[in-house]
Design a binder for this molecule. Structure first.
Ligand code: SF4
Length: 291
């Protein structure tokens, strides 16, 4: 289950919460055969995990495609351009009713959720009513399952919006992506679709004063003929220094775990991830590693 054990375990080999652990349906990309993941909206799951318990997914993006302010070359939802949605975003009211209906059903019939997690077909904080939806979710959680945690997986691109920042500061697990601090690498791999200043994002992360979990994906391989290995000291050491400054309550490090839209990407090895985890522990930063 998603509990203190999960959040504060200092260095353990377990599967962290990641959207890929939900059971999605697969779609076949037209240009080349590749499994991508498009989630139902606005509610999907719940999914059982040995470590996390029962996770109920909340997807604030349309059900028929992907919308994200990044276009990561490793994204399990595929490239933005290949999965443009045609449906509208679910409204705050639609999310509220769908969530309440599902929680009522779970109250009557089970299972009891351990965590309500915002994830899915893109960036949840891009939703214009994100802050209100968080308010609703916390209220529904308190009404139906007060012990359940509320988690958000975000790429950190809307931290400059005060209402998004405040909403993330209220939830249990504020999980924010920081794959590297190298702007060139970010442009090559995370590929922001608009203005993105990693130094500014780091400052916002520091402003949470420890109330965040940093999530970082390490991988290797090539993209368009260029090396995208961020497991080497060239990337890890500057990232580590910044993570120390951010001082999160935990860092989650992981690697690609399913087919990626870009070919030629490779998983980071156990040894490489272990090495980075050890560096975090030596810096007294709680860390989880997912292989
Ligand atoms: S931030 Fe997440 S959803 Fe957005 S492109 Fe990257 S992996 Fe996909």
């Amino acid at each position: 289950m998603v509990n203190e054990e999960w959040l504060f375990e200092r260095y353990s080999l377990f599967i962290i919460f990641h959207s890929s652990f939900f059971y999605p349906y697969l779609c076949i990309q037209r240009k080349r055969i590749m499994a991508t993941v498009i989630y139902p909206s606005p509610i999907f799951g719940p999914v059982h995990s040995r470590r996390l318990g029962v996770s109920l997914g909340i997807n604030l993006l349309p059900a028929d495609g992907k919308f994200c302010t990044f276009d990561c070359i490793y994204c399990e939802c595929g490239f933005n351009g290949d999965h443009r949605p045609h449906q509208k975003l679910p409204t705050r009211e639609e999310v509220f009713h769908a969530l309440e209906t599902r929680l009522q059903d779970m109250k009557l019939n089970g299972p009891k959720p351990d965590v309500l997690t915002f994830a899915g077909n893109g960036e949840p904080t891009a939703h214009p009513q994100f802050a209100g939806i968080i308010e609703d979710t916390l209220r529904l959680r308190d009404n139906y399952f007060p012990e359940a945690k509320v988690s958000v997986l975000s790429n950190s691109t809307f931290l400059h919006k005060p209402e998004v920042f405040e909403a993330l500061n209220k939830i249990d697990n504020n999980i924010l992506k920081l794959d590297t601090i190298d702007a060139t690498y970010i442009n090559k791999v995370d590929r922001p679709t608009g203005h993105y200043d990693v130094l500014q994002v780091i400052e916002y992360m520091k402003a949470f004063k420890g109330n965040l979990i940093v999530q970082t994906l390490f991988m290797k391989g090539t993209f368009e003929g260029e090396n995208v290995d961020n497991t080497t000291d060239e990337y890890v050491l500057p990232w580590l220094e910044v993570v120390k400054e951010i001082n999160p309550r935990q860092v989650m490090i992981y690697t690609i775990d399913r087919e990626t839209p870009a070919p030629n990407l490779l998983k980071a090895t156990h040894e490489e991830l272990d090495r980075i985890g050890k560096l975090l522990l030596e810096a007294d930063i709680p860390c989880s590693v997912s292989y």
